[in-house]
Ligand binder design. Structure first.
Ligand code: SF4
Ligand code: SF4
Ligand code: SF4
Length: 275
């Protein structure tokens, strides 16, 4: 029986196999590393993508959207576009960039009407109820109104002026004789159309529309706001608290609703003055 001797060809094959295995392993490692590094970037980009009006919750939207592009086609303002590879949102899904082209809030909402799958909810009948995102004044240091100069552009272009954005007056302590008019977004009224972000006069917009998940907080369900409970019940729900002795303020008479001025004594105690 002929014995099999390893030839130089075998050795070359073995080396080649080892090399290929190494290369594949290396490629897998690099690929995995690349994928791991890419995931947060993709998620970050997805997190700030603005979906068309009526878009259902993101996970359901991704499941329902068939990437047909009909909403994009029927948008008369070219607001929407389908995501390309590397744009951020899942490839082929519709989104818009508010700084480039905001939503014009069409009364008939043609994008929603065009959607064949329910990814854009046909229950959205009034565009004022759209929740594409929420505007947030993220760049206070640069906002001209925050600097005490009058700009108000974001306020004036808002389709829900005086509701989604108001200008809140406060004292300008720097000049002591002027006022600040602080643009203030009311999330319950903001549709996320992005017209404010588009119109901001700064090189980088100080006001930006973010998806709700990033722009808004959520109070724990166990919280009860005493003043609201009191208002709906027509009175306090709890007995007034018993008097509590505060350490260091022994002897000071504290009564509910009373006003007292206290001055610290050299011995560490407090001297009381009734106004
Ligand atoms: S409401 Fe109008 S402008 Fe806005 S995304 Fe839909 S079709 Fe485009
Ligand atoms: S995104 Fe801006 S412009 Fe649009 S409704 Fe909200 S605050 Fe107004
Ligand atoms: S447009 Fe920009 S700079 Fe002007 S008030 Fe609004 S956020 Fe500030």
């Amino acid at each position: 029986m002929a014995r099999h001797h390893k030839t130089s060809g075998d050795a070359v094959d073995q080396n080649r196999r080892a090399m290929l295995a190494g290369t594949v392993k290396g490629a897998c490692t690099v690929g995995l590393l690349g994928a791991l590094l890419a995931i947060p970037a993709r998620r970050r980009a997805e997190a700030v993508a603005l979906r068309p009006p009526g878009a259902v919750a993101e996970t359901d939207f991704l499941a329902a959207c068939v990437r047909c592009g009909l909403c994009v086609k029927d948008c008369p303002y070219d607001t929407l576009r389908l995501s390309d590879l590397g744009d951020g949102p899942a490839t082929g899904t519709p989104f818009f960039n508010a700084r480039k082209v905001p939503c014009e809030m069409c009364e008939t909402i043609p994008c929603v009407a065009a959607c064949p799958t329910g990814a854009l909810d046909k229950g959205l009948k009034d565009i004022k109820n759209a929740k594409m995102g929420v505007a947030v004044l993220v760049g206070q240091e640069a906002c001209l109104n925050f600097l005490g100069l009058r700009c108000d552009v974001c306020y004036r272009v808002c389709p829900r002026i005086g509701e989604a954005i108001t200008l809140e007056l406060s004292h300008n302590v720097r000049t002591a004789k002027h006022a600040f008019f602080i643009p203030t977004v009311h999330s319950s009224k903001c549709t996320g159309c992005g017209k404010c972000e588009r119109a901001c006069v700064l090189d980088e917009a100080a006001i930006k529309v973010l998806p709700h998940v990033l722009a808004t907080g959520q109070l724990g369900k166990h919280y009860r706001l005493g003043w609201e409970e009191k208002r709906s019940a027509g009175g306090s729900l709890v007995e007034p608290s018993p008097e509590v002795q505060v350490r260091g303020m022994e002897g000071v008479e504290m009564s509910p609703g009373g006003t007292y001025k206290l001055e610290k004594r050299p011995d560490g105690g407090f001297k009381e003055f009734k106004p």
